[in-house]
Design a protein around this ligand. Structure first.
Ligand SMILES: NC(=O)c1ccc[n+]([C@@H]2O[C@H](COP(=O)([O-])OP(=O)(O)OC[C@H]3O[C@@H](n4cnc5c(N)ncnc54)[C@H](O)[C@@H]3O)[C@@H](O)[C@H]2O)c1
Length: 377
């Protein structure tokens, strides 16, 4: 099998999920390319060596530019914080490498536009890791909607709730806490959590026309880990918005890191003329489905256990009845990417799809600032 040499940038949370996906994909999927974990790049040499030994990388680098320039590397996988995405992706595209980039694509749509230009000019395969599209239950929801089973869509409802930044003692910035530093992250929960909800929503229900948003920063100052000083907090801690989709349906979106008791509660619901769908990340192998066409006395919400061979991706896993989890969504994205990359193509969500999400998050932040309904570019 032809090999695909991977240069991974970042060995944190996503560095692990991606490395795991590249290692396992050929055990479960028949794909035309064999990924090779060639180089792991991180700034700390000792830690990069330890990560390389644990995950089976052939070599390490401490400067991403060397990985991008290396003739040994076919694909650059960007699993580092948001402020690094633009520069690495553009350099990788210019060097003719395929690029896989973590979400959000840029810190704002202006950065993402430059990234889209770079990959499209270079003609290199690309994708953004909005992995929730490849939860089998969510992929099935897309199939049911595309088959017209829901009919006309009236409502879309999404939320993503966490509770890990409530303490006033929590500092901002630096390792593990870059998400609280607006210069690194670009925004708070809007770009971090709502971006996931928006990507799935536009995939399932089409483009968003306009938004009306409110955001809040509950804790206004935090000690910065790098400067050691107490500094203003620039991120949004909570972000809520109303939206109108191009198809005329209405939506509510909510994300926060201040919902005590919730760790990663991503839920979505879509209500159509004939049927409704509900999905919950905490129960990710189930899809709740209500079909008004059912016989009246038996009508009710069905809880579909998404483990059968005729469910998306599931024939590649275990036997019916046995479920899979979070890490598999990344394996699915790698499998789809390898299929497409063998023919020189990327897979959705592409950088252009990632830009579309950033246009919505920009509009959300603009609407919250101006307190007015805002058109999405
Ligand atoms: N798809 C998802 O569900 C999902 C989940 C979490 C994070 N993410 C995204 O993944 C990216 C990384 O997030 P994370 O949670 O893995 O962060 P993390 O803090 O766990 O890891 C970031 C890694 O990047 C490295 N890094 C930072 N600057 C670097 C540089 N200049 N050169 C090389 N390495 C550098 C750090 O050392 C660390 O290993 C972010 O863009 C984030 O938004 C996506």
């Amino acid at each position: 099998m032809k090999k695909l040499n991977v240069g991974m940038i970042g060995y944190g949370f996503m560095g692990r999920t991606h490395s795991n996906a590249f290692r396992k994909v050929t055990n479960f999927f028949d794909v035309p390319l064999q990924p090779v974990l060639k180089t792991i790049c991180a700034r700390n040499e000792d830690r990069a060596k330890a990560f390389a030994a644990k995950w089976g990388y052939e070599g390490i680098e401490t400067d991403w530019r060397k990985v991008v320039e290396s003739p040994d590397i076919d694909v650059i996988d960007i699993a580092s914080p948001n402020d690094t995405h633009r520069e690495i992706a553009i350099a990788a595209a210019k060097a003719g490498k395929m690029v896989m980039c973590e979400k959000p694509l840029g810190r704002n749509a202006a950065e993402s536009e430059e990234m889209v230009d770079a990959v499209e000019k270079a003609g290199v395969a690309n994708t953004v890791w909005y992995n929730y599209r490849r939860v089998p239950a969510v992929t099935l929801a897309k199939q049911l909607i595309d088959e017209g089973r829901l009919g006309r869509i009236f409502h879309y409802r999404a939320k993503f709730l966490q509770d890990w930044t409530i303490s006033t003692e929590l500092p901002q910035g630096g390792e593990g806490l870059w998400r609280l530093d607006v210069n690194v992250a670009g925004s708070g929960v809007t770009g971090d959590l709502l971006a996931h909800c928006i990507d799935t929503a536009m995939w399932l229900n089409g483009g968003i026309e306009e938004v009306s948003a409110v955001t809040e920063t509950f804790i206004k100052e935090r000690k910065h880990n790098l400067s050691g000083k107490v500094e203003p907090v620039g991120i949004d801690d909570a972000s809520l918005f109303l939206a109108r989709f191009n198809n005329g349906s209405l939506a509510t979106f909510e994300a926060t890191r201040y919902a005590r008791g919730h760790k990663a509660l991503y839920t979505l619901e879509i209500n159509g003329e004939h049927a409704s769908i509900f999905w919950d990340l905490h129960d990710l192998h189930r899809l709740q489905y209500f079909d008004h066409k059912d016989e009246g006395k038996l009508r009710g919400w069905r809880s579909l256990h998404i483990t059968d061979g005729d469910h998306p991706y599931m024939k590649n896993w275990w036997v019916p009845g046995l479920q899979i989890g979070y890490e598999h969504t990344f394996i699915h994205q790698v499998a789809d990417f390898l299929q497409a990359a063998a023919g020189g193509k990327g897979v959705a969500p592409t950088f252009r799809d990632g830009l579309a999400t950033d246009h919505v998050t920009d509009a959300v932040l603009e609407s919250a600032r101006t307190r007015a309904w805002t058109k999405v570019k």
